[in-house]
Design a protein around this ligand. Structure first.
Ligand code: HAM
Length: 483
């Protein structure tokens, strides 16, 4: 008994020693890794100064999605890796070289989405959207991740606006999708653009075309770049849009997919071109356009910026992908869609000096003087805001002079002054900033008076604390953007 007590004591001592050693180790200052105060390569912050451009893209793209009947869908940024590898295709650059993939703590193989289409199809299948009346049109926007070599207009994190329509095989949907893409770009003020279209056929006719192309490429193998030599085996169509000079030369005389379409694909393409003609859309048939994702069938298209120096810049692209839903285990469902790259749209807007969104400016300033008035001013501000009146303030400042200076700088029409006396009397001084005329108004009449003084279109009313759809934009008539 005595012995075991001693043993226990010894064991306790050892544990304490162990613990204190551990504690000491933890206490020792660790070598700190250098803290890099910058985003990862190929990623960027979107600062307030740039937000008017982003807001313009958001507003234009969301409005057009509603106008053309697309319902919004938001998906996780992370999905199981095999959703992308199966959907986009093992042999594509996106899957082979560009995915951000890792194992979770639970052992799941996951990837940051490199694009949105595979995720949208996953959600479509999972949520039984095949039961909805067709076409099911979905709009999505957000970031996508590709581990590419960053350069102008190419980032490792980029944003897309994405439109997809499911359940309709008629080429009229392809034409409408191209029309939407064009409307987004044009409504952002980007006028000089080119629509490039092609048809890469269906799996049946593509099989024959692929054989023909591989035979041709075999005969020119020594003129191809290393990448294309490899692509010949996995993805021979991709050799056609390789940017290397020598591959372009080989591609120029290569057999073209549109000459080898089956009857159904040929008719589909012919119908598409007729619809585009009917819409008077300025398109070019580009037999080398193949796109970098494996799921496309029949129609493929891109929207290029038309730069004066002849440089072509793809603002967005898409096409038909009739086989993807089935590949992912869903019901056979034809589909067509596109995505535009937001950074590229903004880059182009800046280049052509298109207008960013102009935020509504406050026309009323609220100044306060003295402790009691300062307390009351918070409630008054909120009362005005609830009634749709945009108010500026500088509550941190004490002196009236400095507050009036701010009001002047903001160029407001009216300054409201709440002093100690007014706060006690429940009145407010209303100062016309142009004429300098002041009047004392009872606080309960203030909202109506201000509404009358400001033009009606400067008043943005939010019902029950929620912005109503139209007014949420805060369009006060100042914004002449084409939305
Ligand atoms: P994508 O052509 O790979 O298509 O990407 C769409 C657009 O996103 C490109 O045209 C480009 O403007 C932009 N983009 C792509 N990668 C980058 C990058 N690294 N940096 C900046 N911008 C980039 C797709 O993603 C398909 N899922 C589109 C689609 C939707 N097809 C059918 N539905």
């Amino acid at each position: 008994m005595v012995k075991s007590k001693k043993k226990k004591k010894m064991a306790g001592k050892k544990t304490i020693e162990k613990k204190s050693k551990k504690f000491k180790a933890a206490e020792k200052p660790k070598e700190r890794e250098e803290l890099l105060l910058q985003p990862l390569r190929g990623m960027k912050d979107i600062l307030p100064a740039d937000q008017p451009y982003w807001d313009q893209v958001r507003r234009v793209s969301e409005k057009l999605s509603r106008d053309y009947g697309f319902a919004r869908i938001d998906l996780p940024l992370l999905e199981y890796t095999n959703l992308f590898s199966r959907g986009i295709g093992e042999g594509t650059d996106v899957i082979e070289k560009e995915m951000y993939s890792f194992l979770t703590r639970g052992g799941d193989k996951v990837s940051l989405r490199p694009e949105m289409t595979a995720g949208i199809c996953r959600a479509y299948i999972q949520h039984g959207m095949n039961m909805l009346s067709k076409p099911v049109k979905l709009f999505s926007t957000g970031p996508a991740y590709r581990y590419e070599r960053p350069q102008e207009g190419r980032y490792r994190e980029h944003y897309q606006v994405n439109y997809d329509a499911f359940g309709e095989q008629d080429a009229i949907l392809d034409a409408q999708i191209i029309q939407v893409a064009l409307r987004v770009v044009q409504n952002l003020g980007i006028k000089a653009i080119q629509i490039q279209v092609n048809s890469i056929g269906c799996p049946t006719c593509r099989k024959e075309y692929r054989e023909l192309l591989v035979n041709y490429l075999e005969s020119k193998k020594n003129k191809l770049c290393q990448d294309c030599k490899r692509r010949m085996e996995f993805n021979p169509l991709r050799t056609l849009d390789c940017k290397e000079d020598k591959c372009c030369q080989v591609g120029a005389t290569a057999p073209q997919s549109i000459d080898h379409l089956c009857e159904e694909c040929r008719t589909h393409f012919k119908n598409l071109l007729e619809y585009l003609d009917e819409l008077n859309l300025p398109y070019t048939i580009n037999p080398h356009l193949v796109r970098g994702l494996d799921y496309y069938t029949k129609t493929v298209f891109e929207i290029w910026s038309g730069q004066e120096d002849g440089r072509k810049y793809s603002l967005g692209g898409g096409g038909r992908y009739d086989g993807l839903m089935k590949t992912l285990g869903g019901e056979d469902t034809p589909a067509v869609g596109f995505a535009l790259g937001v950074e590229r749209l903004i880059g182009e807007m800046k280049r052509v000096q298109a207008k960013p969104y102009k935020y509504p400016k406050a026309k009323v300033f609220l100044a306060q003087l003295g402790d009691f008035a300062k307390k009351k001013s918070l409630g008054l501000f909120s009362e005005l805001e609830k009634n749709g009146i945009l108010v500026a303030e500088s509550f941190g400042r004490g002196s009236l002079k400095s507050q009036l200076k701010v009001a002047d700088r903001l160029g407001v029409e009216i300054t409201l002054i709440l002093g100690q006396k007014e706060a006690l009397d429940q009145t407010v001084i209303v100062k016309n900033m142009k004429t300098g005329v002041q009047e004392i108004v009872s606080a309960d009449k203030l909202v109506d008076l201000i509404k009358k003084k400001l033009k009606a279109d400067n008043v943005i009313v939010y019902h029950n604390g929620e912005g109503n759809g139209n007014n949420h934009s805060g369009n006060n008539g100042e914004n002449n953007n084409n939305v």
